[in-house]
Design a binder for this molecule. Structure first.
Ligand code: F6R
Length: 240
């Protein structure tokens, strides 16, 4: 695990977007794993700028997102699909045919999880997986638990996650369940980039980087990945 501390979120977004853009230039058919939430938004802005400046095309990339809330339609503006459309895909030439998402359709969740794992394998695995970290140490929606998950699964969200994310739900109650890629799926990515900013992440960052590898802090598993790079601002790194 490599840890890089930068001045602010803007500097991080420049560094992370150039890694992704360089990968896509080298391999236009790259398989990219994306996260939602506040942490990657600046990076997505830099990617959109690079696309608009004619520096890169994303038309041949395949994408997989980490997670989706149960019970939300894609068109629901609270869904993570909508978030990605709004913050990246719809503002670049990403081909929606190559966009993969866990579905919010609860009745189909087991089938969806199985098929998602098969699709990741059929795409040849994920080249770069982007991650954020929850204040409780979650990655994707792998909440603290007693064992590390492997493939995608349905998860009951913890109160800490509900407290952090409820603010995004203006017109309805936040779902209590989500589908998420498992820790195994994340760890099989060839390269992992995690972004954390702000003081509220300092404790989770400390446990991820300096703590023991334990499913009670799921992000700590990244210590065992051969190519995981953690980008922090000064506030999130303050306990290291
Ligand atoms: C979202 C996801 C989550 C977030 C984490 C941090 O797809 O997988 O693990 O990355 O909850 O969220 P923010 O970036 O909003 O602080």
């Amino acid at each position: 695990m490599e840890v890089i501390v930068m001045d602010n979120a803007f500097e991080i977004s420049k560094a992370v977007s150039s890694i992704i853009i360089d990968e896509v230039k080298k391999n236009p058919k790259a398989v990219l794993g994306f996260a939602t939430g506040a942490s990657p938004v600046e990076t997505y802005k830099r990617m959109i700028e690079a696309y608009k400046d004619g520096k890169v095309s994303f038309k041949d990339v395949t994408t997989f997102n980490l997670d989706e809330y149960c019970g939300l339609e894609r068109e629901d503006e609270n869904s993570y699909f909508y978030f990605m459309k709004d913050n990246l895909f719809g503002k670049t030439d990403v081909d929606f045919e190559k966009v993969n998402f866990l579905s919010g359709d609860e009745a189909q969740s087991e089938k969806n999880c199985r098929e998602y794992e098969e699709k990741i394998a059929a795409a040849g695995g994920i080249d770069i997986q982007l991650l954020g970290i929850g204040t409780n140490g979650h990655i994707g929606f792998n909440e603290p638990s007693e064992s590390f998950s492997d493939g995608p699964f349905k998860v009951k969200l913890t109160q800490s996650t509900i407290d952090s994310n409820s603010k995004y739900f203006k017109d309805k109650k936040m779902p209590g369940y989500a589908l998420t890629m498992g820790i195994g799926d994340i760890m099989r990515a060839k390269k992992i980039i995690l972004i954390a900013t702000g003081e509220s992440k300092a404790n989770a960052v400390f446990k991820m980087v300096k703590g023991e590898v334990t499913p009670s802090c799921p992000a700590s598993v990244l210590q065992n990945h051969g190519d995981a790079v953690i980008y922090l601002d000064k506030e999130s790194a303050k306990l290291l």
